[in-house]
Design a protein around this ligand. Structure first.
Ligand SMILES: [Zn+2]
Length: 429
């Protein structure tokens, strides 16, 4: 049994309501019954606050978001910064540092960090989250088992999805079928990986997509996370999906290099991505952090680019686009707190989404839910999950101007206060 409440005079991002309005926000009354949205009715100007009381809350025109959806994270790596800091902030250093840290990844360690991560996410208003999980022919069983433990324990609070992560070529190794098996034996799981440009890329992709089709699995890949204009894995994936008529959902994360390519070439790739029905998830904070650092780590000067992909152009072409946390307090990204309001806020600044606040809002709610194929999440419509995040702000300008503003959670099992750092103490081998 969920909660029941009526909210009067709530300002809703119009794209999340399915209503028609000329403004970015539409003022509505929302009725939540038994944990689900029962009705969303446009109302006039903000009313008097005297109706507040009992099961009625007058919000006086404050902004309401649905529970956030975080479509790309790494719970297995999160909160390892203290024992595996990335002092040069460089991408390949991060891979090496976390490979070494894997000796620490026992069930207890993964569970402790994963639980802490989900407590942070929930306290900030997140209701669903997808995590990638590092795998290999001889590695990953414990990680997947830890994620399954979290998925079961958190089933009523955060909907958890898992994706395998390894080099795409790894799937061609003998016994690599085991990677797919250890991932897909659990519900809500997908096949993923990190393709790199090389002469055998098309064969590797063919093999990977055949394997996914064999298992009937959706796909979520780490793609072109660099500033090299010749990195065109995204294009090759789109061609592969079209060539094979791959029938399951395909998501590509990062796709940074698209932003440094020749305009015509980038737009033609975007056209292929739209045709292939590929969904794109951008990780703006992690990209801003990692991109623009030379691979030799020698130069410590000012970065010249933002690392973010062509979100405006992708969205304009009809591609489903979302933004997500990615790494949190590990060698790939030093900070973060599984806070999708921070992702929204930073995403707007980094990608200049200020003139498209509804797109930005949808990227952390509705679009992200669609990317994860979660029906009735991420939107403010009858039948949807009734967990709501209420901000102090009454306009997008107020919302973006004060990142530290108070927010109230309704329908969540927690208070809205993030756990203390002291509650996470990690053993090191
Ligand atoms: Zn990632």
């Amino acid at each position: 049994m969920g909660y029941s409440k009526t909210f009067r005079n709530a300002a809703l991002p119009v794209s999340l309501t399915g209503l028609k309005a000329d403004s970015d926000l539409v003022l509505c009354d929302i009725e939540v019954s038994d944990g689900k949205i029962a009705s969303v009715t446009p109302c006039g100007i903000p009313g008097e606050l005297d109706e507040t009381g009992g099961d009625i809350v007058d919000l006086g025109g404050r902004i309401v978001f649905p529970g956030f959806i975080d479509a790309h994270t790494h719970l297995d790596k999160a909160f390892t910064w203290d024992r595996a800091p990335n002092l040069r902030g460089e991408f390949w250093d991060a891979i090496e540092l976390l490979n070494r840290d894997k000796d620490n990844w026992t069930m207890e360690d993964l569970y402790a960090r994963g639980s802490f991560a989900l407590r942070c996410a929930e306290a900030h208003g997140t209701v669903a989250l997808r995590t990638h999980v590092d795998c290999g022919v001889d590695f990953g069983e414990v990680s997947h088992a830890a994620m399954q433990r979290l998925r079961e324990e958190w089933a009523d609070r955060i909907h958890l999805q898992t994706v395998s992560l390894c080099g795409i070529e790894t799937y061609m190794e003998p016994k690599a079928r085991r990677i797919a098996e250890m991932t897909l034996e659990y519900p809500d799981s997908f096949l993923g990986g990190m393709p790199q440009m090389n002469d055998a890329l098309d064969q590797q992709l063919d093999y990977f997509f055949d394997l996914a089709a064999d298992f009937g699995a959706g796909v979520d890949l780490h793609v072109d996370e660099n500033g090299n204009p010749d990195a065109e894995c995204l294009r090759r994936i789109a061609e592969c999906v079209i060539r094979k008529e791959f029938p399951h959902p395909v998501t590509c994360g990062h796709v940074c290099s698209l932003a440094v390519q020749n305009e015509a070439r980038a737009l033609s790739t975007i056209k292929l991505v739209a045709e292939a029905g590929i969904r794109i998830v951008s990780l703006p904070m992690c990209n801003l952090y990692l991109q623009g650092r030379p691979a030799d780590g020698g130069h410590r000067g000012t970065p010249r680019w933002r690392g973010v992909t062509l979100l405006h152009e992708l969205a304009a072409a009809g591609v489903l686009t979302a933004c997500a946390s990615d790494n949190v307090r590990d060698a790939f990204y030093a900070w973060g707190d599984f806070d999708m309001f921070e992702v929204f806020n930073e995403g707007v600044r980094i990608a200049h989404l200020d003139n498209k606040p509804n797109l930005a809002a949808s990227m952390v709610t509705q679009n992200a839910a669609r990317l994860m194929d979660l029906e009735n999440y991420g939107a403010l419509r009858p039948g949807c999950d009734g967990r709501l995040v209420v901000f102090e702000a009454r306009s997008f300008n107020e919302l973006l101007a004060r990142p530290a503003q108070r927010r109230e959670l309704y329908g969540f099992a927690c208070s809205g206060e993030a756990p203390r750092y002291s509650e996470l103490s990690l053993e090191e081998v």
